[in-house]
Design a protein around this ligand. Sequence first.
Ligand SMILES: Cc1ncc(COP(=O)(O)O)c(C=O)c1O
Length: 232
Amino acid sequence: MNNIAEQLALAYQKLAKNSEQRPNSANAAQLIAVSKTQPASAIEIAYQAGQRQFGENYPQELASKALTLTHLTGLEWHFIGPLQSNKTRLVAEHASWVHSVDRLKIAQRLSEQRPAALADLQILLQINISNEAAKSGIAPAEMLALAAAVNTLPRLQLRGLMAIPAPGDQQQLAADFAAMQQLSTQLQDHYPHATELSMGMSDDWPLALSYGATMIRLGTAIFGARNYDKHE
Ligand SMILES: Cc1ncc(COP(=O)(O)O)c(C=O)c1O
């Protein structure tokens, strides 16, 4: 388990080096530690090592970890998985960010269910950038219409875009990341505050950064392999 602190330190070192090599880029990207299927104890270790942003894919798992770990002040939950309408309340009540909004109905429910005592929920729209049949996310052509609708909803703030490109060769991945960068520019033309671009995972994050990622989501690089058997 001590590995977690070491892996985190290593990832932050690489991230800093990568940022130095791109002096024109804005601030270093944020690292979201993807803790899905990992026990709360693993999150505590990462927290003690200084990590504050954690990503979860399942609403129930996010909510139960959030309730278990309320003593860790400043911990910030990012919901990054597919979201069904009947699970929106768990996310609205426990997450700070949702990376995976791809339907107006989901955004409306999050808006209605966000407790007034909490800060606005920060929203990214998920784009199905590799045009995969069975994947979540909207088509690029639908982005501006969904953004316009989400932007009017109370207790939500539209902050940017997220994508999970299909695994492929470097050339295809680069093309997908480049397309996301263009969409992000287009979105910011209309919504200057929507500057976030969540893309890049353990195997491809340096490439994502070179196309303007502002948030990278690292699971196995921090926590090691996931054990789905033990999940819920
Ligand atoms: C949306 C999303 N982002 C990031 C990750 C982390 O992936 P990796 O373990 O390859 O870093 C996952 C893992 O399932 C994921 O579902």
